[in-house]
Design a protein around this ligand. Structure first.
Ligand SMILES: *Cc1c(COP(=O)(O)O)cnc(C)c1O
Length: 358
């Protein structure tokens, strides 16, 4: 199987080997050490400001999006939220559910965010800004330096869903002045699903401390308190946390986050160069490194996904809803190589020869 979806993605052999072992008991000093190391490496790789902390949640990425909305914000906030696809829409739904006043910037699929969207919102009493740094559903990477400037000028708390961009596109919490960064185990971390992570700046930590949480499982005060001794309040996905530890240490040993970002850039550019001979258009002018969204000119995108899966044992990522027949996505996250890109493009060329891609 060759997996070019955006998650779960292919794991390295070392990470997979841990998955075949017995899961250990975790209320031990040894497991606490693993967790301290996980927290240290996450803070290092996100360039988190001094005094930041990490919460390890046994939930999919959405659990950490919800925990962030519930614990960092309150009904006294007035948030701006970017909605350019299904993940932006999810933030909007969470703000609605938790009754947090908000203004939605609604973008066309694939459209970048620009100064024109932000300018009318300056000096309007907003307190927070929520954005999916990469809108994985369309492969758009938003202009984070622009968002960061706007947030600084207006004193906004910046909450970033980096679930598909952390470890794939450059992200520096300190220089961006980001307060919350959310990611998940099954995207660029290239581990099985089960864990999501929230990095909180000192300013976000103050917000968490000052708010009353109405959830037990998603209470970040509880997670932070237990984290002080390298533990979680409830039984975590222990095996996945051990795999995350392996992956983070492997990235560190291979030259750190900068090397990994370079590898991801090379991989996505290599694919885009090779696929250019096929009758597909790039769906966005501002793509993330972790995903290439393509619009086939005269073939159903969903049919391309189906044939690749059934006849070539290669998985790409279909789109749903309005984009089902218009767009498919090729993920570059996880243990993939430029040779794998060649395999995929050759399969597509073969489909073209067979008249299955027009
Ligand atoms: C994958 C993803 C999520 C979370 O999805 P889960 O299925 O809950 O893990 C959220 N936001 C973005 C941008 C994503 O890519």
């Amino acid at each position: 199987m060759l997996n070019f979806t955006v998650g779960p993605v292919m794991s390295s052999e070392a990470v997979r080997a841990i998955g075949s072992e017995q899961v250990p008991y975790f209320r031990t000093p040894e497991f606490s050490e693993v967790m301290f190391q996980n927290e240290r490496l996450m803070l290092q790789f996100t360039h988190a400001p001094k005094g930041s902390r990490v919460c390890f949640m046994t939930t999919s990425g959405t659990g950490s999006m919800e925990a962030s909305v519930m614990n960092v914000l309150s009904t006294a906030d007035k948030a701006i939220v970017v909605n350019g696809g299904s993940f932006g829409h999810r933030f909007v739904e969470l703000l609605q559910l938790h009754q947090i006043p908000h203004h939605e910037i609604s973008l066309e699929y694939g459209q970048p965010l620009t100064e024109e969207h932000l300018a009318p919102l300056a000096n309007q009493g907003y307190t927070a800004f929520l954005v999916n740094m990469g809108e994985t559903s369309t492969g758009v990477l938003y202009d984070m330096p622009m968002i960061s400037r706007f947030c600084r000028e207006n004193g906004l708390l910046l909450i970033v869903d980096a679930i598909s961009t952390f470890m794939a596109d450059p992200f520096n919490m300190e220089t961006l002045g980001a307060d919350v960064m959310i990611t998940g185990s099954q995207k660029a971390l290239a581990c099985p699903p089960g864990i999501s992570l929230i990095v909180l700046s000192p300013r976000a930590l103050e917000c968490v401390e000052s708010h009353h949480s109405v959830s037990m499982y998603l209470d970040l005060k509880l997670a932070l308190k237990n984290g002080e001794r390298g533990q979680t309040p409830f039984t975590p996905a222990v095996g996945t946390l051990l795999q995350i530890n392996q992956r983070l240490r492997d990235v560190e040993a291979a030259g750190g986050i900068e090397s990994e970002l370079k590898r991801m850039k090379v991989l996505s550019q290599d694919f885009r160069q090779k696929v250019a001979v096929l009758p597909f258009e790039m769906f966005t002018t501002s793509p993330q490194n972790g995903v290439t969204a393509l619009h086939p000119e005269a073939t159903s995108a969903y049919d391309i996904f189906t044939v690749l899966k059934d006849e070539y044992q290669i998985w790409i990522c279909p789109n749903g809803g309005d984009l089902r027949d218009r767009v498919f996505r090729v993920g570059h996250l996880g243990a993939l190589t430029t040779d794998d890109n060649t395999t995929l493009v050759n399969a597509m060329l073969d489909m073209q020869k067979r008249g299955l891609i027009k």
